[in-house]
Design a protein around this ligand. Structure first.
Ligand SMILES: NC(=O)c1ccc[n+]([C@@H]2O[C@H](COP(=O)([O-])OP(=O)(O)OC[C@H]3O[C@@H](n4cnc5c(N)ncnc54)[C@H](OP(=O)(O)O)[C@@H]3O)[C@@H](O)[C@H]2O)c1
Length: 358
């Protein structure tokens, strides 16, 4: 029997709260053939990201559509200029094993396909440190906050995909870096492996005091990934003229009270912002691609080549596991950049890929 494509589609517009099994539907269908100007690619790595939940809950993703997601894939058959069978590409196949890219296939915002050179870095990093996550960190930290050597930079969700990059770039720039993470093993990783100066756990009953002790000179730059009570602990420590990049508020993504989290965040911060002359900027990485992506990719590839950037990935084996891995990420169950390995990675013979459904 011919091999079939496999996919997860959105089964319903999700209710408020966190994802449940009923939000996703598993299906199989014939593998499509590329038309003129298109290529068929096989998904190797699927990136799971918090923003995907916002698209689903917000109705941007329609019921019955293959769930959106950025991917690292290999070209199976190409009728698209510049791509041949066997090439590795960054594209947006979504939560499926095979997908078409090219003419007539919608792209999500700025996510145009690009070729990946496996000689530069492991191909999975094209959806991680050497891709959108790294660019998110770079845009929020360097472009929006302009940290100077000796300043104290604090980043929440420090062991996650974006947070890892933020702290390490800040270290390269000569800053003192303090991470905020959940479990102790995440904090140990952030200081031990990534070289942050300190990391405090937001799960500790003495979290606010711990953060104050870790920032004896206050905070000059805060990279906001979380919001909520983490932000409340940051506020009293903000120095005069400090800068904030509001990258995400992941602690609010499962909320069910209908409150506008961004508005709430601004209202909570306003008295301090005014008193201390704090500036904050909302971050949307897509707005920085045209101007900064090339500059970022060159710098990041150089730092990685020089061994100055380390990273941790949390890879689930098998497309079947995408919904559970997605939910775990939103609850802090992930440890590092969250990926699903959908099929074999020929560049990494030791990957030990075992599809969970096989
Ligand atoms: N603005 C943009 O363009 C853009 C682009 C990409 C990502 N983002 C945002 O960047 C942030 C990080 O994304 P990521 O992909 O790197 O995800 P991630 O950090 O790998 O995973 C999410 C992490 O959030 C933390 N978390 C979840 N619930 C929390 C809570 N209630 N309190 C405190 N921490 C909580 C958990 O870490 P702990 O276990 O350590 O708590 C979890 O591991 C998200 O807010 C995302 O929306 C924004």
């Amino acid at each position: 029997m011919a091999e079939l494509n496999q996919h997860w589609t959105l089964a319903r517009t999700p209710a408020e709260g966190l994802p449940t099994d009923g939000d996703f539907a598993w299906g199989e269908s014939p593998i499509p053939s590329p038309g003129p100007g298109q290529m068929l690619t096989r998904t190797i790595y699927l990136s799971l990201d918090p923003y995907q939940w916002g698209r689903r809950r917000g109705g941007v993703e329609k019921v019955g559509e293959v769930c959106h997601g950025r991917t690292v894939s290999q070209v199976v058959e190409s009728r698209m200029d510049g791509y041949v069978s066997g090439d590795y590409v960054f594209n947006t196949n979504g939560w499926q094993k095979y997908g078409l890219t090219g003419e007539g296939i919608p792209v999500f915002g700025y996510m145009f396909p690009r070729k990946i050179d496996p000689a530069v870095a492991p191909i999975s990093t094209a959806v991680g440190v050497l891709g959108m996550l790294g660019l998110t960190a770079y845009s929020g930290l360097v472009v929006q906050c302009d940290p100077r050597a000796g300043e104290t930079v604090v980043v929440s969700a420090a062991s996650g995909g974006v947070g890892q990059c933020v702290g390490q770039i800040a270290k390269i720039l000569g800053c003192r870096v303090v991470g905020i993470a959940g479990r102790q093993e995440k904090c140990d990783f952030v200081t031990g492996e990534l070289g942050f100066d300190a990391c405090v756990s937001h799960l500790s009953p003495t979290f606010a005091e711990d953060l104050r002790a870790a920032c004896p000179d206050g905070i000059d730059v805060y990279f906001e990934n979380v919001g909520g009570r983490v932000f409340e602990a940051v506020l009293p420590l903000l120095n005069k003229g400090s800068r904030i990049s509001v990258c995400g508020l992941v602690s609010t993504y499962g909320r069910t009270d209908g409150v506008d989290s961004r508005e709430e965040w601004r209202a909570a911060g306003q008295p301090t912002f005014e008193h201390q002359g704090v500036t904050y900027k909302d971050l949307a990485v897509g707005q920085h691609v045209a101007e900064y992506q090339d500059q970022f990719l060159e710098k990041m590839a150089g730092w990685m080549g020089a061994g100055r950037i380390r990273y941790r990935e949390d890879i689930s084996a098998g497309l079947e596991r995408a919904p559970e891995a997605f939910r775990a990420m939103l609850e802090g169950g992930n440890f590092g950049k969250t990926l699903v390995q959908v099929s074999e990675d020929p560049t990494r013979q030791d990957a030990g890929f075992r599809p969970s459904g096989a």
